[in-house]
Design a binder for this molecule. Structure first.
Ligand code: F6R
Ligand code: MG
Ligand code: MG
Length: 382
């Protein structure tokens, strides 16, 4: 039993109402029963259950540390129960993210995604949980960079002595299965060189440089890579600590005032704007989107989750949402053309191999002009 508090946010798509639109309340109730029992047994200190689009989100606090098998097993059982109800109700894609029947100590690699961090609580501990639907973990790269490394977003980086030294970014290469830690501001350009490719290089954790205190964590599971074939977008979650020694809550959510383009949306195969919304609008509609993100603010006291505050449910984000609508409309007009549609290597659904195979006998050799040799000269290839 640790003196530290752990917050674990574990999510899965266990089936949803009206296609991939939203989680059904009965499945949330089924999950809540499992978590209530775990709380009564002392496995969890506290919990809060919610959904964003078709993803069931379990926000849990406990004293068992990161990757604790009892906590992961509790989450797994909650998803199983929720999926059982989803199947009874005939909900769409019931059980989608539960890739196996056998739990083996940790939900990672079995379908659900997890973001967890452990810390000694400060006298007052504000924490923000971000949950997104219809996008991928790298969607948090841009806003987290801005929160922890960009002084034009976070005034504290310039004027607060407690964060003036900057932060360290742990960046995962989710294709090669490696990670690297980069210091900001010194290595900011190297950091940007990597995280500007969000489908491959993903910010996983951020630490305060002066004392290594954890500031943020992102669930970096890529379900499509785990499953070996695409079985859904990896709708990510993130946890960020705020205030006194970290960016202020307002600085953290400021980074989401720009609805940047992220991969996901319809069929996990389109770029669209990430729209910050309140909990009541956490349901995907137009073209199964646009991709959405919710921010719930909590105070954590002796492991108790006080709150939440629904941080994007505010007119201050209306202009962001309006811009997101304009961008959504602009992107949609491209129909099946890139760059609205993702490149072939990133698409969830593709008919391209079948189309190419079908047409292979009808393709005729073409004469192409091509630059040859060191000199810039073209010649006709015959
Ligand atoms: C994207 C997503 C949806 C589905 C789409 C088709 O992550 O979940 O956009 O890809 O609704 O779903 P199926 O193939 O189940 O009919
Ligand atoms: Mg779904
Ligand atoms: Mg989803």
């Amino acid at each position: 039993m640790s003196e530290k508090t752990t917050i674990s946010v574990i999510k899965a798509d266990i089936g949803s109402l009206a296609g991939h639109h939203m989680v059904h309340p009965d499945t949330m109730a089924a999950a809540a029963k499992v978590l209530a029992e775990a709380k009564s047994k002392g496995i969890l200190t506290d919990y809060y259950i919610t959904h964003v689009g078709d993803d069931l989100e379990l926000i849990m606090t406990h004293r068992k540390g990161v990757d604790a098998s009892e906590v992961h097993e509790t989450a797994w059982n909650a998803f199983k129960e929720a999926a059982r109800v989803a199947k009874e109700l005939g909900l769409y894609a019931a059980g989608q993210d539960l890739l196996t029947d056998a739990f083996s100590g940790n939900v990672r690699g079995l379908g659900p995604s997890a973001a967890e961090m452990e810390f000694v609580e400060r006298p007052s501990e504000p924490v923000i949980v971000f949950m997104a639907d219809k996008t991928e973990p790298g969607a948090f790269n841009l806003p987290l960079f801005r929160v922890f490394a960009d002084p034009f977003n976070t005034a504290g980086l310039v004027i607060d002595p407690k964060i003036h030294d900057g932060f360290k970014f742990e960046v995962y290469d989710v294709i090669a299965g490696k990670y690297v830690v980069l210091n900001s501001p010194e290595e900011m350009y190297d950091l940007l060189a990597l995280i500007g490719t969000p489908g491959r290089f993903v910010i996983r954790r951020i630490f305060r440089k002066s004392d290594n205190e954890i500031g943020a964590v992102v669930a970096v599971e890529r379900l499509n890579l785990i499953a070996g074939q695409y079985v859904g977008k990896d709708d990510p979650v993130a946890i960020v600590r705020a205030q006194s020694g970290f960016p202020a809550v307002g600085e953290v959510i400021e980074a989401f005032a720009f609805p940047h383009l992220v991969a996901g949306w319809m069929r996990g195969s389109h770029f669209g704007p990430l729209m910050p919304v309140g909990q009541r609008n956490a349901r995907c509609t137009r073209f199964d989107g646009p991709p959405r993100v919710v921010a719930l603010g909590f105070q954590i006291k002796n492991g108790r989750l006080i709150g939440p505050a629904d941080l994007f449910d505010d007119p201050a984000f209306d202009e962001t949402r309006r811009l997101a609508q304009t961008v959504a409309e602009y992107m949609r007009r491209h129909g099946p053309f890139m760059p609205h549609r993702l490149g072939p290597e990133e698409m969830e659904y593709t008919t391209l191999p079948q189309v190419l195979q079908k047409l292979q006998d009808r393709f005729t050799e073409a004469k192409l002009y091509q630059v040859k040799g060191p000199k810039v000269k073209t010649e006709l290839l015959e």
